[in-house]
Design a protein around this ligand. Structure first.
Ligand code: SIN
Length: 576
């Protein structure tokens, strides 16, 4: 047996119970795991209450936020309305959104955008609009409502938030710190509901040295981004290995709607470019999808043509590619003036030009790629998971906003609205939290773990997972493909699990263990949904079922298996 912890904490594999209180133990009020928009926004607000530690597994800017091109959807113009943004979100979500959550997020949008502006985010201005800001349009939106910083919106937001966080005397930002697992103890958190008998009190964190140490906190927030790396082709950065979902699931949290993986229709198709997105804003500004023959095809699939929602557009491209046998389709925006395109899409223009594609003259070769996980750890309106003491924010969470298909540019919005409501919850219970005694932490014990001498074992499993998921659990699915995927993934998962127990834990192994669990959760959820809805399309169940169900998994007590529950929408824990 490789790893263990001792004393009162619970992790997956657990050998001795000797108390080892000597050695390093980080103690803070708020532990934040992840340094994207959700984590940093929440950290800044919680720093008004107490000491915050933010851990991030790579560098602070290695986040999905940093790559976000589009912007933040919010009702800012006089001719727009909350009702319209709510309706667009519900329509995109294919019946599975939680309407109260949608309303809460849309109503909170203008104030949270103002928060970002106050923090120094420079959104592009336009005096011609009543809001004073330039507003982009994206698929599924009936109005122009996306505030942006050209096609560098995420980078600008990340820059502004990091500027504040780095200089803050109550926030410690620790780079290259990999979280291995959450720390659980028997107990409750006041007002959280008695859903679980164990509460989260921090995490085991591996620093650059490879040593794993306990980081204790009154409240822990998982803001680890998404799961894109589970697929061979993705627009996500390398950090998107599903760490948050996997750790929360292992800790006993409910995980919801994992079958709803959003494939972005337009990722640049080029042998030297791994994950470069061509923003949906390009279609918002008139870009048209055409085949190799130059003929537009979206009118065949949807009246909204190129501005249909992403599920429809990605499936249409998939069908065109399968029918024509071509490797990619093309996005044509050459009819817009060259100077306008260079100004509005500076990053896309330069990156494509580096690859010999002048977007002012050439059609851009594109393919769909995994982009966003609409499911995740189930939370309530404060971002509380079903594990007391554990908040989950941003893409890691399933709040009820996105339903079966996220509306474009609603994700940064969700991150800031939930970061705010989570911080408000912390503020509300702060006096009780302060009275909570700091728990003693137990040392991580490596037992008789050996060093894995052949990294090839890890790399091979990475490759297998990503190919199985791409080929069998992609845009179009079937019962047969899913069954094959499950069989293969169970085998791979068992092998990885064995390695995790027997060998010294490394960052690569932590990520592989997490992504293999996430792959199984996606497959299992997809098998359960015997209908086609939103992003989940099953060839043998092409129609929507008449009943609306959310797919919810929770780990069962027996190791390495999980229970499946079907719940009506809504949250079942926490009342205040
Ligand atoms: C894009 O710019 O197309 C991505 C925006 C989003 O995913 O919401």
């Amino acid at each position: 047996m490789g790893i263990s912890c001792s004393g009162d904490c619970f992790v997956d594999y657990y050998v001795s119970r000797e108390t080892l209180n000597e050695g390093f133990c980080m103690n803070c009020d708020f532990l934040v795991i992840g340094s994207g928009i959700a984590g940093l926004s929440y950290a800044l607000k919680c720093a008004e209450l107490g000491e915050v530690v933010v851990v991030t597994k790579k560098k602070d800017v290695d986040t999905a936020t940093n790559l976000a091109q589009g912007g933040i959807a919010a009702v800012l113009e006089e001719n727009d309305s909350v009702t319209s943004h709510v309706e667009d979100t519900l329509l995109s979500g294919a019946g599975l959104c939680d309407e109260a959550v949608v309303r809460m997020v849309v109503e909170g949008g203008p104030d949270r955008v103002q928060d970002l502006i106050d923090l120094g985010v420079a959104f592009v201005r336009d005096k011609g609009n009543s809001s004073g800001y330039s507003l982009g349009r994206e698929g599924g939106h009936s109005h122009r409502r996306v505030v942006h910083a050209y096609d560098l919106t995420g980078r600008e937001i990340e820059r502004a938030l990091l500027d504040r966080v780095r200089g803050h005397d109550r926030i410690r930002l620790l780079e290259e710190h990999v979280v291995v697992d959450l720390l659980l103890v028997q107990g409750k958190v006041e007002g959280w509901g008695a859903f679980n008998d164990k509460k989260c009190v921090g995490a085991y964190v591996m620093a650059g040295s490879g040593v794993v140490e306990p980081y204790m906190a009154k409240i822990t927030a998982l803001c680890c981004g998404g799961v894109g790396k589970v697929y061979l082709y993705t627009t996500n950065p390398d950090i998107a290995t599903g760490d948050g979902v996997a750790m929360a699931f292992r800790a006993g949290a409910e995980v919801q709607n994992m079958e709803f993986v959003q494939f972005h229709p337009t990722c640049l198709y080029h042998s030297e470019e791994k994950n470069f997105l061509i923003s949906e804003a390009v279609r918002g500004e008139g870009g048209v999808l055409v085949g190799a023959d130059g003929i537009p095809f979206m009118a065949k699939y949807d009246d909204r043509k190129d501005l249909a929602t992403r599920d429809t557009v990605a499936r249409a491209i998939d069908k065109e590619l399968k029918e024509t046998g071509e490797d990619c389709v093309f996005l044509d925006i050459t009819h817009r003036e060259a100077e306008y395109l260079k100004d509005r899409f500076p990053t896309i223009y330069k990156r494509c030009l580096n690859r010999g594609i002048d977007i002012t003259k050439d059609k851009i070769p594109v393919v769909p790629a995994a982009h966003y996980m609409c499911g995740g750890v189930k939370t309530d309106k404060y971002g509380r998971s079903s594990v007391p003491g554990l908040l989950v924010l941003g893409e890691t969470a399933c709040t009820g906003l996105h339903g079966g298909n996220r509306l474009a540019s609603n994700s940064l919005l969700e991150a800031v609205v939930f970061a705010d409501s989570a911080a408000k919850y912390c503020s509300k219970v702060w006096s009780e939290l302060q009275n909570q005694n700091n728990l003693s932490a137990d040392k991580w014990v490596s037992g008789d773990a050996r060093k894995l001498s052949e990294e090839i074992l890890i790399n091979h499993n990475w490759d297998s997972i990503r190919r199985v998921m791409w080929n069998y659990v992609g845009i179009v699915r079937s019962t047969e493909r899913l069954a094959l995927a499950k069989k293969r993934m169970e085998f791979i998962y068992a092998e990885i699990d064995l390695h995790y127990r027997e060998y010294t834990v490394t960052p690569n192994m932590v990520e592989l263990r997490n992504i293999s669990l996430v792959a199984l959760l996606i497959i299992q959820s997809a098998m359960y949904r015997k209908e086609s809805r939103g992003l989940h399309y099953m060839m043998d169940y092409p129609d929507q079922s008449s009943s609306l169900v959310q797919t919810v998994f929770r780990k069962s007590d027996s190791k390495n298996t999980w229970e499946l529950e079907m719940l009506e929408g809504g949250n079942r824990w926490g009342s205040n």
